[in-house]
Design a protein. Structure first.
Length: 436
């Protein structure tokens, strides 16, 4: 296994956002092993941390953006592509505004800033998501197909074809991701739009600060008041965007991908599908091994008892960072007597309670919290996706967001057969357990 990496020194990159035009400075900082890629909005009254993960994705047109509550970070894909190409696993990016600097519309400025910061190896094995089965996602004439390949590399074949009526002809490129190859062949490729798209964006109030020198605007006769860096610069930039979007998996993806006319939304859908497959594979492997905590050990940590103990076992604990637990839902559950006799459905509040109990178990793994009980303090971003019925196996996951001596915050999800059931950001107060 290769080792995780971070940057050696801090670095800065300033400019204006591509869509918003906001002036912004991005400060790149080293991060500890296992941290992943974290964006930090430090222009808020309290810094807001947003991990570069699919769970934090927020819907935007023509770009990839992340959100934590009401705070968002716009256009992260070029930065993430540079991070992936340079094999950086752990890094913090502090911002003093809502959108990363656009530079020249490529990710070359990010590559240069990160190379200047230096890259160092860390004491931890790199985790990756290896494509293990064929996956296809599509939307009208656009599609993405992923299938297994070399476990150590990412191969992309991109077909850009908007038809004969558009200003951009058909372009096809096969690219195998490598550090030097990316720097030379992909990083300089810039964001592009047609003249009609540029007019529509500016009419909507986006990119009003841009000139033809700031972005590649393509007319019937080619770039307007500009020139291509590559004859097939457009397909190269599409590959750049795809590489950046794949980083929302939370780790590098390896395998083979064919893309045809795909954009950000389809890229995101592929990440979601791949994460669901990995989640299922991990769960199946975990169920074949002894649990981290069986019910007896769960009862030593949690004060809950029948009928309110809603975690049957914990199948995985990654220190005080992440935990995965199981709740087997039986028709004999007492709440089904009244909710509802003819159509039994597990109450949503009890799904939240089950996630909160797993969150409490996770927080108890920190040494300073030994002997303390996690008491629910507040809930945020609560969403329910589908009902839970008798016979379902509820797979719970809790990830630590912010943990202090007397408070803790976790983000929890629940799934049944790979389908999302519920999610919530949960805050706890940590109090001393009753010695009796």
């Amino acid at each position: 296994m290769s080792r995780q990496q971070t940057i050696q020194h801090e670095a800065e990159l300033s400019g204006r956002g591509l869509f918003t035009g906001f002036p912004v400075t991005a400060r790149f900082k080293p991060a500890s092993v296992g941290s992943g890629v974290i964006f930090v909005r430090n222009d808020q009254s309290q810094p807001v941390r947003i991990a570069a993960r699919y769970d934090n994705l927020t819907k935007r047109s023509r770009r990839t953006s992340l959100r934590n509550g009401s705070v968002a970070i716009e256009t992260v894909e070029h930065c993430l592509a540079a991070i992936r190409a340079l094999s950086i696993d752990n890094i913090e990016i502090e911002l003093d505004n809502a959108e990363l600097p656009a530079g020249d519309g490529s990710c070359q400025p990010f590559v240069e800033a990160l190379r200047e910061a230096g890259i160092v190896e860390q004491d931890g094995d790199r985790q990756s998501l290896c494509i293990t089965e064929t996956v296809r996602v599509c939307d009208e004439n656009a599609e993405l197909v992923a299938w297994p390949g070399d476990e150590d590399r990412l191969d992309i074949l991109y077909e850009l074809d908007y038809g004969s009526a558009g200003p951009i002809g058909r372009q096809v490129l096969h690219f195998t991701l490598g550090r030097e190859e990316f720097i030379r062949e992909i990083a300089p490729a810039r964001t592009f739009v047609s003249e009609e798209e540029a007019r529509q964006l500016q009419k909507a109030g986006l990119g009003t600060h841009l000139t033809y020198e700031d972005i590649l605007v393509i007319g019937p006769d080619g770039p307007v008041q500009n020139r291509y860096r590559f004859p097939d610069e457009c397909v190269r930039h599409k590959i750049l965007d795809l590489i950046g979007d794949l980083m929302l998996a939370g780790c590098p993806i390896t395998g083979r991908i064919y893309a045809r006319r795909s954009g950000h939304s389809l890229n995101h859908e592929l990440v979601r599908e791949l994460l669901e497959i990995r989640s299922k594979e991990l769960l199946e492997a975990q169920l074949r091994t002894p649990p981290e905590l069986d019910i007896r050990r769960v009862q030593r940590v949690l004060p809950h008892r029948y009928p309110m103990l809603l975690v049957d076992r914990v199948i995985e604990i990654d220190h005080d960072v992440r935990a995965v637990g199981i709740k087997n839902v039986s028709i004999n559950e007492p709440f089904f007597q009244g909710h509802y006799p003819r159509q039994p459905i597990m109450p949503g509040v009890l799904i939240i309670e089950a996630m909160a109990q797993l969150g409490g178990i996770l927080l108890s793994q920190k040494l300073e919290h030994t002997g303390k009980v996690a008491v629910l303090l507040s809930l945020d971003k609560v969403k329910f996706r589908r009902p839970v019925v008798p016979g379902d196996q509820l797979v719970l996951e809790a990830r630590a967001v912010r943990v202090k001596s007397r408070t803790g915050q976790v983000f929890c999800t629940a799934h049944v057969s790979r389908e999302p059931v519920a999610e919530a950001s949960i805050r706890f107060m940590l109090v001393d357990a009753d010695p009796n």
